[in-house]
Design a protein around this ligand. Structure first.
Ligand SMILES: [Zn+2]
Length: 197
């Protein structure tokens, strides 16, 4: 149970929340609070705002029960975990390439742009896809830790990346993935999209 501590427009602020707010390239959680749909979750100045389909049943001090759409969140966690492994193998195969900004992951796919003057070739991406799938099949443990500056790190075997998103506990949970080139995002950039299948 949580308590309503604030209402702003159609946003509900609670004294505690397990909803993941949009950030770090990951979409915000959806779900329900007291059976009313939560359309999105965002964060402003360390406060979590739940965007409600209908704010009228709520009042400050009210006790509420939140329920994350776990089916959707689990798909996001599988895609997000896959995105780190794809990024690792992209850079391993194409060492001149650098990730461009933090990408975007939702329940349907992961999207990451890379800075490169040389376009990815389909046959090279097939090699990356096979390497990622072999690694995933080995069912490695996934861990996160927080450093002294409060930065969270994602760790899996020899791969470590800064990330504050949500992930599965083992690569086996990801299942198989497919990667493909997305729409070209701009000059000197290439987009890679990853799906779990
Ligand atoms: Zn992550």
């Amino acid at each position: 149970m949580a308590k309503v501590v604030g209402i702003e427009e159609n946003y509900l602020i609670l004294d505690q929340s397990a909803f993941y707010p949009q950030g770090g390239g990951q979409v915000g959680d959806t779900g329900k609070i007291n059976e009313i749909r939560v359309l999105n979750t965002i964060k402003k100045d360390d406060t979590i705002y739940h965007e409600m389909e209908d704010i009228s049943p709520f009042s400050v001090e009210m006790e509420v029960k939140g329920e994350i759409n776990w089916e959707r969140r689990y798909m996001i966690m599988r895609h997000h975990s896959a995105s780190h492994i794809v990024e690792y193998f992209i850079i391993k195969n194409f060492p001149w390439v650098r990730p461009y900004s933090s990408g975007l992951v939702d329940e349907k796919k992961d999207r990451q742009d890379y800075l490169t003057e040389i376009p990815f070739k389909e046959e090279d991406l097939k090699i990356v896809e096979d390497q990622v799938n072999s690694f995933i099949l080995e069912d490695h443990e996934i861990k996160t830790w927080t450093d002294e500056n409060g930065i969270r790190h994602w760790v899996c075997e020899f791969i470590e990346m800064k990330c504050s998103g949500t992930h599965v506990k083992r690569t086996g949970e990801i299942g198989r993935i497919k990667i493909a080139k997305g729409k070209k995002p701009g000059r000197g950039r290439e987009r890679i999209e990853t799906w779990v299948i």
